[in-house]
Design a binder for this molecule. Structure first.
Ligand code: GSH
Length: 263
């Protein structure tokens, strides 16, 4: 059933959020409930070149004064590193040859990629935790108009209806959810934790840094669903922390402040 058909029948609608919507709904709602949906896992597999990323390709030249931190290596021997230059961190991938170039000439180029944001991937065994918002009467149309622009036009997500189960297990409701599928042109698909983290570490868009997106989501899960294991989310958070762990200038000792300090 399409969302508009459901709206015709009801003066109230539930909208389930599992990404930025959990901490930043930005639409009026009557109430919210924390809970989960079954049959989907949350993954940082969608690209975003509007909210947390950029379409522009950037040429970057590292100068002799630039600090370089090793960040990641993968089985193909491609490595990435972080430059700290003029208060900006830039992740650059390089191979053995360009590594030599790097040390000889202290010069390198990179391009900014789209940010990494979450989508849902079908998986019978999995469930995804988040927040469902109830919108009623005139809030229904206003929220759908707002979310259509934010999630569909700017984000490339499509809508589905899923069963939402509140944390206490009672009163499940059908809810609207925004999902990005692999046929979307900015869908990025799977990558190693290190690669995803490297992308998150450098991307920034119209609404803020990609690190903020990750940190707010991880904080939501830690605070509201401490009993839930979200391995993908927390291992990417750890991978981003590892990228910056060599930087002695960072003073905060809790994960959230430490990561927010670098953006
Ligand atoms: N639709 C998802 C995730 C989608 C998501 O995070 N959307 C991005 C669009 S790329 C967004 O709205 N970002 C706003 C922001 O990061 O400020 C949700 O249920 O929260």
């Amino acid at each position: 059933m399409k969302p508009q058909d459901i709206i015709k029948e009801k003066s109230s609608l539930w909208i389930f959020g599992y990404g930025s919507l959990v901490w930043k709904p930005d639409f009026e709602h009557k109430r919210r409930k924390i809970g989960y949906i079954r049959g989907y896992k949350r993954r940082f597999w969608h690209g975003d070149d509007f909210h947390r990323g950029d379409k522009e390709k950037v040429r970057f030249a590292a100068t002799p004064g630039t600090q370089v931190f090793p960040a990641d290596s993968d089985p193909l021997g491609v490595r990435s590193c972080i430059f700290r230059c003029r208060l900006q961190y830039v992740v650059v991938k390089y191979e053995a040859f360009s590594c030599w170039l790097l040390s000889s000439y202290c010069r390198c180029f990179c391009s900014l990629q789209p940010a990494r944001v979450v989508t849902l991937i079908a998986d019978e065994e999995a469930c995804t935790w988040g927040v469902a918002y109830e919108v009623t009467e005139c809030q229904v149309e206003a929220s759908l108009q707002y979310l259509n622009m934010r999630e569909v036009v700017q984000g490339g997500y499509i809508t589905e209806m899923v069963e939402f189960i509140p944390k206490d297990g009672h009163g499940s409701v059908l809810s609207l959810v925004y999902i990005a599928t692999p046929d979307n042109p900015i869908y990025l698909g799977p990558a190693s934790d290190g690669e995803i983290a490297a992308q998150i570490a450098i991307c920034r868009g119209n609404t803020g840094h990609n690190i903020e997106y990750l940190v707010r989501l991880a904080e939501f899960m830690r605070h509201h669903c401490p009993e839930v294991e979200d391995e993908h989310l927390f291992s990417i958070e750890t991978a981003v922390l590892n990228i910056f762990s060599n930087c002695r200038e960072l003073r905060s000792n809790d994960r959230k402040s430490l990561l927010l300090e670098v953006i």
